[in-house]
Design a protein around this ligand. Structure first.
Ligand SMILES: [Zn+2]
Ligand SMILES: [Zn+2]
Length: 146
């Protein structure tokens, strides 16, 4: 299952979540929608360079998107977070290399995972979404370590 790399209608998405439309927010969402893999902030800063936005503003925009459920933050380790647009039709998870941070999207999920979580939960009887991240060492890095 490949992602279809078409830019989303960022303005409608912002409107839907009651965000003000700023050129930076629009560009961030478009860049995220065109990426086949989750992106680190450094890359988002580079890709929005022509707007000359303050990195702090970029972080703030991303955090706001995450809070609004528009973007997933995938934590690789304490210092590295990758961002990915949440797209209803595309549900997959990722394996991240703990050595070179390579990311692979895998069309994998456990269908009953949400119900299973509810079954053992004491305080919830509904979940809206879940995040699963796999960490491993990619083949290239294993070869390099030999
Ligand atoms: Zn690697
Ligand atoms: Zn899943």
């Amino acid at each position: 299952m490949k992602k279809q790399l078409q830019p989303i209608d960022a303005e409608s998405l912002l409107h839907e979540h009651e965000f003000k439309k700023t050129p930076l927010r629009i560009m961030l969402l478009e860049v995220l929608s065109l990426s086949p893999t989750p992106l680190p902030v450094a890359k988002l800063i580079r890709k929005t360079k022509k707007l000359a936005a303050d990195p702090a503003t970029i972080y703030r925009a991303l955090n706001a998107f995450v809070e609004a459920g528009m973007v997933h933050a995938l934590t690789v380790d304490k210092t590295k977070v990758l961002y990915e647009l949440v797209q209803e039709k595309i549900h997959n998870h990722h394996i991240v290399c703990d050595t070179c941070s390579a990311v692979e999207s895998i069309p994998f999920c456990i269908k009953t995972i949400d119900q299973q979580a509810i079954k053992v939960s004491r305080q919830f009887n509904k979940v809206h979404s879940h995040q699963l991240a796999f960490v491993g060492t990619c083949r290239k890095c294993i070869r390099a370590l030999r």
